[in-house]
Design a protein around this ligand. Structure first.
Ligand code: FES
Ligand code: MG
Length: 584
């Protein structure tokens, strides 16, 4: 009882070091403190526990999120780390997003998860927060939310899943999902075999084991300085993953910097350098623009990605750009090995979450050792620019292409458009034996942008029409305002802005139009004289019936009204920080 009185007198219990004007105070701060303490005692806490520093832990476990199935063990380990430092861990849930169980798309819900994260951090007293995420959209959502809440925050990821095996061949989600499905579509394997593959693609908890969006964002979190070095690659089901979690808990108690102190232009340039060197997911471009858009006064644009990429070689040999899996990258030393190799291409004086510079934090890692996943800069997989930004009359605000994962023969290409007006039209006609298409055609998919679908689904990976695939053609030029999974590959032009649904030029491409792609010149053009293009756009504008109807209510309406275009990260306009102006 004395303890209780002392705590109340000192006025510190559950206030946390952070002064918290936002907490409900019933017009009387002391009463509010008394009440908070009285309530949480119902959960059995002692005054000794409650008078310590409080570390919030965001629990994103869900029965619908197999990628996060190791969440209970991770939370245990984070708590252990926090308590070893003498602080009190308190977990709280937010929504969880899995790629396959997030209708209509996980991207549609990313901004909602960021709002949930931001507001739940704000809603309760905590001195710092550990964000546990992993599946594609969860890490960007958590970083966006934590930056806006702006209390000390550290990112922990659930870790990559292990690989499986099919008839002696190593397989992993989800590059191989696509590879085997393409074989099935082409009639190379039968339905029994594709079912067997389905048992091996996802053999454990954890995120997709190739360089998809989850791996990319985990690695980028290290590069940004907001996750511990060496934390991205340890497998989800191993001891090192739990030690990383324990360490994260320890670090969270150690007086972390707030995100606004850590995340500067230099940290984002480091993130882009790493994104280019790993041949990372195209989705990371949208996410980094959205994350940067939450930092006050930070002005990151699509052009930063292209400019930086021109000097950065592709070094990491992982699928889909290369041929290995995250477990291999882990055995090669993971992100620290890569960062040491990148060396002077990085801003080594960029700050990290622990108050150390990136360079100082890297110093404890060996400069190099024999391994064959992270190539030396003298012998890269590709000399530069795994991700490029294209512009032209078809994408005045930009489009993104992963040139490291496309057929080199298509880098300069001229072909006639075969247009699908939306995802349903694509599904209905792409395999039609009468479709007027040749291997040289350019497949155009309209209306899968942020407003168009909505939520910018990963439908930009337009399948090769069956009749063409059967002739052995593996790649064609494809263009859309949507996204594609980071685990996919091909000559796929994505994120065309402005999108078709808001009257971007993509909306008026017609069957048979000539389209020119020139990757080296960073051009994507509709071969049409300006007058004709203007006339078509005018006609589109006048035809109100073609407009996407505004959703009648709820989050869909908010999304429709407030989402910004892909070149600004497809965040909501009202969530972006003051002074964030990453317009092209
Ligand atoms: Fe969760 Fe791939 S589905 S990371
Ligand atoms: Mg994905």
């Amino acid at each position: 009882q004395d303890d209780a009185a002392t705590g109340l007198r000192a006025g510190k219990a559950l206030h946390s070091a952070r002064t918290h004007p936002g907490l409900t105070n019933y017009g009387d701060n002391d009463f509010a403190l008394f009440l908070r303490k009285a309530f949480i005692k119902g959960a059995g806490y002692s005054d000794d526990a409650l008078d310590r520093k409080i570390i919030g832990i965001v629990d994103t476990g869900s029965g619908y999120n197999p990628c996060h199935a190791n969440m209970p063990q991770l939370i245990d380990a984070v708590k252990r780390g926090v308590m070893l430092q003498g602080a009190l861990p308190v977990t709280f849930p937010t929504i969880s997003l899995h790629e396959s169980f997030a209708y209509p798309t996980s991207m549609f819900l990313r901004n909602l998860m960021s709002m949930d994260t931001e507001e739940m951090i704000r809603a309760a007293p905590m001195d710092a927060v550990v964000l546990i995420g992993g599946c594609d959209k969860t890490v960007p959502a958590q970083l966006m939310g934590a930056i806006s809440a702006n209390i000390p925050a550290i990112q922990l990821v659930v870790g990559p899943m292990v690989t499986g095996s099919h008839r002696g061949v190593r397989v992993g989600a989800c590059t191989d999902c696509r590879g085997y499905w393409a074989k099935y579509r082409a009639g190379e394997i039968d339905i029994e075999e594709i079912a067997q593959v389905g048992n091996e693609l996802v053999p454990s908890a954890g995120t997709c084991g190739v360089m998809g969006t989850a791996s990319t964002m985990a690695i980028i979190s290290e590069a940004l300085g907001i996750a511990p070095l060496g934390s991205a690659c340890p497998p989800a089901n191993g001891g090192q993953r739990l030690r990383v979690a324990e360490l994260t808990g320890k670090l969270a108690t150690a007086g972390l910097q707030a995100p606004s102190e850590v995340l500067t232009r230099k940290s984002f340039e480091n993130a882009i350098t790493v994104l280019q060197a790993i041949g990372g997911s195209t989705n990371a471009v949208v996410h980094l623009l959205a994350i940067a858009g939450r930092v006050e006064g930070l002005n990151l644009t699509l052009d930063d990605f292209d400019r930086i990429g021109r000097n950065v070689p592709l070094l990491v040999d992982l699928k889909p750009s290369g041929s290995n899996y995250m477990g291999d990258f882990y055995r090669a030393g993971g992100v620290p090995t890569l960062l040491r190799e990148l060396g002077d291409l990085l801003h080594l004086d960029a700050m990290t979450i622990t108050g150390q510079t990136l360079g100082a934090a890297l110093d404890v890692y060996p400069a190099s050792f024999p391994q064959d996943i992270v190539r030396p800069r003298s012998n890269p997989l590709a000399p530069s620019a795994s991700l490029v930004v294209l512009r032209g009359n078809l994408a005045p605000l930009g489009a993104v292409l992963k040139q490291s994962a496309m057929s080199p023969a298509l880098k300069t290409h001229r072909g006639r458009a075969v247009v699908f007006k939306d995802a349903d039209d694509l599904m209905a006609r792409v395999d039609d034996p009468d479709l007027d298409v040749s291997p040289d055609s350019v497949l155009v998919l309209q209306n899968i942008g942020p407003v168009g679908h909505p939520g910018m689904p990963e439908a930009g990976y337009i399948p090769i029409p069956k009749k063409i695939a059967r002739t052995g053609v593996k790649d064609m030029v494809r263009i859309s305002d949507g996204r594609m999974s980071g685990t996919a590959s091909g000559a796929v032009v994505l994120h065309v802005a402005p999108e078709a649904a808001v009257g971007g030029p993509l909306a008026v491409v017609a069957n048979g139009d000539w389209i020119e792609l020139d990757v080296d010149a960073r051009r994507i053009e509709l071969v049409l004289d300006n007058g004709e293009l203007e006339a078509r756009l005018q006609k589109w504008n006048d035809d109100k019936a073609r407009r996407k109807p505004r959703p009648a209510r709820g989050y869909a309406q908010l999304y429709h009204d407030k989402v910004v275009q892909a070149d600004q990260g497809a965040d909501f306009d009202f969530l972006r920080a003051a002074g964030a102006d990453n317009a092209a």
